[in-house]
Design a protein around this ligand. Structure first.
Ligand code: FES
Length: 147
């Protein structure tokens, strides 16, 4: 290997190292710019309907919190076996409500609002009912969608 070959290979090494360093430095910045520029509706695909649970996993007279498009939804199976889906987000300031099966109400621990089984606001500062969702049961799968 001549001195000139050594110089070329050192030059090649430095060139490739510089290219790699620029790539590593620039790619995260480009990713951030693209992420910022895209509207959130494109980034986070909004689903029209979604399978959220198996009907068999929901006990009669109980409720379960599931996620639908990143939103907390309360699934409730009535004593008659009917499945209902309501937003679990309190309409006062957005805390997640809890189902109290002994009282048959959704209770918000933040400021004490309560909602009945239909989602109607019955006490506390909550200004509106809980948002209802459409429920379809297909072959034992609970599928919810916006009304
Ligand atoms: S957030 Fe639920 S009562 Fe205030």
């Amino acid at each position: 290997m001549t001195a000139q070959d050594k110089e070329i290979s050192r030059r090649n090494f430095l060139s490739q190292a510089l290219t790699g360093w620029i790539s590593i430095s620039v790619l995260p910045v480009l990713y951030g710019m693209v992420e910022y520029a895209l509207p959130s509706k494109i980034r986070d695909r909004i689903l029209e309907s979604m399978h959220v649970a198996k009907e068999a996993d929901l006990l009669v007279g109980s409720a379960k919190i599931v996620k639908f498009n990143k939103q907390a939804i309360a699934l409730l199976k009535s004593e008659q076996g009917q499945v209902r889906a309501l937003s679990a987000v309190c309409t006062h300031l957005g805390c997640i409500v809890q189902y109290q099966s002994d009282r048959k109400v959704f209770h918000c621990n933040c400021h004490g609002s309560e909602f009945d089984l239909e989602g109607r606001n019955i006490s506390g500062p909550a200004p509106r009912p809980l948002q209802p969702f459409k429920v379809d049961i297909k072959e034992g799968d609970i599928i919810i969608s916006r009304i």
